[in-house]
Design a protein. Structure first.
Length: 279
C-alpha cells in the first residue's frame, strides 16, 4: 500500500504537468487542492466539537504549509525534471530524520550532500537555479508539514485535521493563482482536476492511512525513502525525462541517505507521520 501510494503521488504529479500550458503550475495546483478539499470535507465531515481552539490553529498552519509545499514543488517541476525536484524535496524529511538520529548523522548528511551535487551538476552550468531554489523551498515546507502533521495527528482523531487543513490549503493556493488562472478553467479542466485530485491526494492518503496501521514508523519511513527513485522512473516513462549517469547516481545517494537516517532514527512509534499531500 505504501508503494502504491507513492506511485499514485508521482503519477498524479507527472500528469498534472500536462495542464501547465493551460493553467500554469499555480493554477493547476489550486484546481487539484480545491477538489481535494471538497472531497475530504464531504467524505470526512469534521465537526466543530472535534477541535479545540489550539487544534484549529494547528490545522490552519498545516493548511498554509501544505499550500506552500505543493505550490513550490509544482513551480519547481515546471523548470527542472520531476526526479531531480523530488530528490531535492526529499531533503526536507531527510533533515527531520537526521535531526532525531542517534548516530551516523554526519555520514547520512554527507551522502545526501553528494547526491545533491550529482543532481544539480554545477560544473555543467545548465541547471535552472530558480527551479533548484523552489525545490529546496518545497523541502523546507515538507519538513514543516511533517512536524505539524505530528502535532495535529496527536491531538485530532482520524482524518479530521486533514479535512480542515486541505480546504485552507486550497484557499491559499487559489489566492496565489488569482483571477487570471481561474478565468482559464473550463469544464473539461474541472473534470480533469477532479480525476487528478482522486489520484493524488485522495487515494494516496487513504492507502498511507491504512499502511500506517500495519507498519512501524521505521518501516514506513524507509519505504518513503524510495519515492525519489519512483519519481525518476515515472518522469522517464511519462514525461520522457531520461536522467544522465550523474543525476541518476544522485538520486541513489539521496535514497540511501534517507533509508540510513530513517533506520537510525529515534522517534517513538506513537508519533507516526501522517499521510502527506503531494506537490
Amino acid at each position: 500500500m505504501s508503494l502504491a501510494s507513492m506511485s499514485c503521488v508521482q503519477l498524479g504529479l507527472a500528469l498534472s504537468v500536462r495542464l501547465f500550458d493551460q493553467l500554469g503550475p499555480v493554477g493547476t495546483t489550486a484546481l487539484r487542492l480545491t477538489w481535494a478539499g471538497v472531497l475530504l470535507l464531504v467524505l470526512v465531515r469534521p465537526r466543530r466539537s472535534d477541535f479545540t481552539g489550539r487544534d484549529l490553529l494547528a490545522c490552519l498552519g498545516l493548511g498554509v504549509v501544505t499550500a506552500g509545499l505543493m505550490l513550490l514543488f509544482m513551480c519547481a517541476v515546471a523548470r527542472i525534471p520531476l526526479g531531480t525536484a523530488s530528490a531535492l524535496e526529499f531533503l526536507g524529511p531527510l533533515g527531520v530524520a537526521m535531526f532525531g538520529s542517534r548516530g551516523g548523522r554526519k555520514l547520512w548528511a554527507s551522502l545526501a550532500a553528494v547526491g545533491v551535487v550529482l543532481l544539480t551538476e554545477p560544473w555543467h552550468g545548465g541547471s535552472d537555479p530558480v527551479g533548484l531554489g523552489l525545490a529546496l523551498a518545497a523541502a523546507a515546507c515538507w519538513a514543516g508539514y511533517i512536524l505539524l502533521t505530528q502535532r495535529v495527528g496527536d491531538r485530532v482523531t482520524g482524518l479530521n485535521g486533514l479535512a480542515v487543513s486541505m480546504p485552507v490549503a486550497a484557499l491559499v493556493a487559489t489566492l496565489f493563482a488569482g483571477p487570471s488562472a481561474l478565468a482559464s478553467v473550463t469544464w473539461p479542466l474541472v473534470l480533469t482536476g477532479l480525476a487528478l485530485a482522486v489520484l493524488h491526494p485522495v487515494i494516496p492518503f487513504s492507502l498511507e492511512f491504512l499502511a500506517l496501521r500495519r507498519l512501524s514508523t521505521t518501516a514506513f519511513g524507509t519505504l518513503m525513502s524510495l519515492e525519489p527513485a519512483i519519481a525518476l522512473v515515472i518522469g522517464a516513462v511519462t514525461l520522457g525525462q531520461l536522467p544522465g549517469v550523474g543525476p541518476a547516481a544522485g538520486v541513489v545517494c539521496v535514497v540511501l541517505a534517507g533509508i540510513g537516517a530513517t533506520r537510525t532514527g529515534s522517534r517513538a512509534p506513537a508519533s507516526a507521520e501522517g499521510p502527506r499531500p503531494g506537490e
